[in-house]
Design a protein around this ligand. Structure first.
Ligand code: LRH
Ligand code: MN
Length: 428
């Protein structure tokens, strides 16, 4: 089953009947404020966010899992689903793999299969937070007490080797980055030594970095808690920055939006990391309490707008080239519908951030006029940019209304019939 571009174009004929009128309106609204709609449409059309290979199946919590049926049973079917996703959004042109949940025997064949469907390979993810024979020296070691931070040399060695394996696999797939998220930490005060844990991780990252191809980057991903519930070695952006700086110039920090304690000012962290040239990428999602991995922009859309605005500031009016990826868990929605809505939320936030009159904002800041500054931001935030985003999708040959197009396609029913109601994808 494929969501063919011709079929999408057919859908656009009906979905697009009001688009030109709506476009004319927003073009004139923006024009009144000296803003070019054309530049915004072009920037949105250029934007793409990687789909997480571990989230095209149904997610779960320790309290249960409710399969949706028709989940991809292998990596090729995951690529089929991500190609279908990209055919309606036009903005998920890459997939981020997670090893060993994805561990293809024929990387060249998988790369070709993806290329034939317009899907490339984004940052690779290693996994030293679960014991898997393929990552624990055939089960000879365990990551129960950590991986790179473990006092057990065997566990540290296995963790480094696994990351080298993931890099080599990524090279064959055309990836250009490795994300290292470590669950390493403590559950009990005194269980380990903070400094010693940091030093062991820094040493492990240095060994991994030494194997990194010259055109690759390594991303350190911080997280305050879970699965460790007293301390996590790479708990916050400060530690992540220290690790990146200790590792090498092509080591950068990856910001997962869900990895911040309540009320953390994430847009300020983005500004700081960009300021020192250590902002590598993102795992976009949203959350209300912990690392809930909910739909991007579904709980705090204004925060997403402010984060994207910091990116536009870092890119001097354009979106900087970074590793943009989604990292979500879909417990009750169709995973593809959730990824469509997450991608749309990001496209809307990019368009709104590009509607900010940055010169007027700077004037208000210089004049210490917070009310005027707020007016500048709110005007952009309240601009209905949906026609701009729809036009960007139309120009990418994607769906003007991707969610409606996906629903109308009957894709889920078709893959459920093809793959089975109890088909289960590897991943979270
Ligand atoms: C950890 C995390 C990390 C992934 C995992 C799937 O919470 O965000 O990025 O490895 O989720
Ligand atoms: Mn993440």
């Amino acid at each position: 089953m494929q969501l063919e571009p011709e079929w999408v174009a057919e859908q656009n004929r009906s979905a697009g009947r009001h688009l030109d009128h709506d476009l004319d309106h927003v073009v004139s609204v923006l024009g009144r404020h000296g803003l070019e709609a054309e530049r915004i449409i072009t920037e949105v059309a250029a934007f793409s966010v990687a789909a997480p290979s571990w989230a095209v199946g149904t997610g779960a919590t320790r309290f249960g899992r409710f399969p949706i049926g028709g989940e991809p049973r292998n990596l090729l079917e995951k690529l089929d689903d991500i190609a279908a996703l990209n055919n309606v959004t036009g903005a998920n042109r890459t997939v981020s793999l997670h090893v060993p949940w994805d561990d293809p025997e024929d990387p060249a064949g998988v790369r070709q299969y993806g290329a034939e469907r317009g899907i490339g390979f984004d940052a690779m993810n290693s996994n030293t937070f679960q014991d898997n024979p393929s990552t624990t020296d055939g089960g000879a070691v365990s990551y129960k007490f950590g991986s790179l931070a473990n006092t057990d040399e065997g566990a540290r060695k296995a963790a480094v080797e696994h990351n080298l394996y993931v890099i080599d696999l990524g090279v064959q797939l055309g990836s250009r980055a490795l994300t290292v998220w470590l669950a390493d930490g403590m559950n009990h005060p005194g269980q380990a030594d903070f400094r010693a844990q940091f030093d062991r991780v820094a040493d492990g990252l240095a060994q991994i970095y030494a194997h990194l191809p010259q055109d690759w980057e390594l991303f350190t991903e911080h997280k305050p808690f879970e699965p460790a519930f007293y301390s996590t070695v790479n708990a916050d952006w400060g530690t992540s920055l220290l690790l990146a700086q200790a590792t090498g110039p092509r080591a950068k920090c990856l910001v997962d939006l869900g990895h911040h304690l309540p009320n953390t000012n994430i847009e300020q962290i983005v500004s700081r990391l960009a300021m020192v040239g250590r902002l590598g990428g993102f795992h976009f999602n949203d959350s209300k309490y912990g690392d809930d991995d909910l739909t991007t922009g579904s709980i705090r859309p204004y925060q997403l707008f402010l984060i994207v605005l910091e990116l536009v500031n870092a890119g001097d009016g354009f979106m900087p080239t970074l590793a943009y990826m989604l990292d979500e868990s879909h417990n009750v929605k169709d995973p593809l519908e959730d990824l469509i809505q997450a991608t749309d939320a990001l496209q809307q936030a990019v368009a709104q951030a590009l509607c900010v009159d940055r010169a007027a904002l700077k004037d208000a800041q210089t004049d210490n006029d917070p009310a005027r500054a707020a007016e500048v931001l709110m005007r952009a935030w309240r601009t209905d940019v949906r026609p701009l985003v729809a036009e960007a999708r139309r120009r990418n040959g994607a769906a003007i209304d991707p969610w409606a197009a996906y629903r109308a396609s009957g894709y889920r029913q078709a893959v459920r019939a093809e793959r089975g109601a109890d088909a289960r994808a590897t991943g979270l």
